[in-house]
Ligand binder design. Structure first.
Ligand code: ADP
Ligand code: ZN
Length: 435
């Protein structure tokens, strides 16, 4: 497929030029933050770093990290770098880890963020002739606002549905010929499931592409969504702390997401030592916002685990690529001493012919962790013959044991009995009190 770009000059810029641009920006940005954010100035002073020590992007490693704990400490205004009267917007995290963070935007911040989302929409093969159904939540959550703004910038006809009310989503999608849908992958799967139940075949559905993100999803889940909806499914990544979705986006190659590194400089670090790791190594992703005015985080530790690669991409973009995040340092469950990522469970389910409708329940009895996985049967698998159910549970538990190295207790439950999410799915219930 011929690739279009939203901002070709940047998206295909030679790497040396990009580095020069990043270097110019970081020098200015560090000064801006040092002068305007007392909280970060103190961190720099403690580390003995002055703005003059940062002469190029290669000096970035000298700067202190900033973490979610800092954001909590500084709540709500402590990291603000512009007077409130120059800010036009507030967003807040969805609280995946139970702690909300608020972020501020100037008009320029909103503008650049929307450009990033526009790059994602164009990379997904869409333009002003498309009808873009935004089924991410609107409101404090960044998903709706980000893709909505991006869709406007591209000039697509924007359908600001927000999440939820699935029957209405389907009616508008069909009646108004939506060609692009943007939502969480779990909601896309649910919409697909509902369409199928209502008798729609992939070829009846006007969609041609979907841009899905805000939560981890697997390649298997991508294939499932692509098949049910008859579309190409593209990944998009971002977090409230760095604006929202659009920090990185997928192109036609669908092998990782190009980071908008003219605005967000990525590093991979060893989460234990803080040391910067070479390209290609797996570690914690850290972002430095190079242009943000109101809420400019430098070296923000995302806790997302992933890998960066500068391998040449067939789409022509030179922007570095990040692999799908493989979980977060903080959503990694440690069960009986073994690291377990919900995404591993999801991979097993999809490989074994189940839908990714599951819930992991972790508890502790007599100082031993309990590990249960509730999994929905597909309607075609559904049976009430106890011996059949037991055999299916055993076989699924074995497959999970092979993947994880520890044995869960699997409970197959009736189709549709696990609550569906219209935003981010709730995959884990951990009742252990370990502190
Ligand atoms: P939080 O979930 O931390 O409350 P956000 O709503 O800003 O705050 O979510 C950002 C987080 O969502 C990221 O740090 C990452 O863990 C996850 N995320 C976003 N996009 C993706 C994606 N495409 N794949 C995997 N995880 C993602
Ligand atoms: Zn590419």
């Amino acid at each position: 497929m011929a690739q279009n770009y939203y901002q070709k000059e940047i998206e295909t810029m030679p790497v040396e030029d990009l580095k020069k641009l990043q270097s110019e920006k970081i020098v200015k940005q560090v000064k801006h933050v040092y002068e305007n954010v007392a909280y970060y100035r103190n961190l720099m002073d403690e580390k003995g770093v002055k703005p003059e020590d940062i002469q190029s992007i290669d000096d970035l490693h000298k700067l202190p990290f900033i973490s979610k704990a800092d954001l909590r400490d500084a709540y709500p205004y402590g990291l603000l770098a512009k007077p409130l009267n120059e800010c036009v917007r507030i967003h807040s995290t969805s609280g995946t880890t139970g702690r909300r963070v608020v972020a501020f935007y100037t008009q320029n911040d909103v503008d650049l963020w929307e450009d990033c989302c526009a790059r994602a929409i164009v990379a997904a093969g869409c333009d002003e002739k498309d009808v873009c159904q935004v089924a991410y939540g609107y409101g404090l959550f960044t998903g709706g606002a980000g893709l909505h703004g991006g869709s406007h910038k591209v000039g697509s006809l924007t359908l600001p549905m927000s999440s939820g009310n699935t029957d209405r989503q389907i009616q508008f999608m069909m009646d108004l010929n939506a060609t692009l849908i943007c939502c969480t992958p779990s909601y896309a799967a649910y919409i697909g499931e509902t369409l199928k139940e209502q008798g729609y075949k992939p070829e009846d559905i006007p969609l041609k592409a979907g841009i899905f993100g805000a939560e981890p999803w697997t390649e298997e889940m991508r294939r499932g969504i692509e098949e049910t909806l008859g579309i190409k499914a593209y990944d998009i990544y971002g977090l409230t702390e760095t604006s929202g979705p659009g920090v990185a986006f997928e192109c036609c190659e669908q092998t990782g997401m190009h980071v908008n590194e003219d605005h967000f400089y990525p590093e991979i670090i060893d989460p234990d030592t803080g040391e910067v790791l070479p390209e290609g190594e797996k570690g914690e992703l850290v972002f430095t916002a190079l242009d943000k005015e109101a809420f400019p985080l430098l070296r923000y530790r995302t806790r997302d685990i992933c890998v960066l690669s500068r391998k040449k991409c067939s789409c022509g973009r030179t922007l570095i690529k990040m692999a799908k995040p493989m979980g977060r340092t903080d959503d990694m469950l440690i069960i009986r001493g073994v690291n377990v990522f919900p995404s591993q469970i999801e991979t097993v389910l999809l490989n074994e012919g189940y839908q990714p409708n599951y819930q992991i329940v972790v508890g502790r009895v007599n100082n031993t962790d309990t590990f249960d996985v509730n999994v929905e049967m597909n309607p075609e698998q559904f049976t009430d013959i106890v011996s059949d159910v037991l055999a299916m549970e055993k076989s699924l538990a074995n497959a999970m044991k092979t993947m994880l190295g520890i044995n869960p207790t699997v409970h197959l439950v009736a189709p549709k009995s696990i609550a569906r999410s219209e935003g981010k799915a709730v995959r884990v219930i951990d009742t252990r009190k370990l502190v």
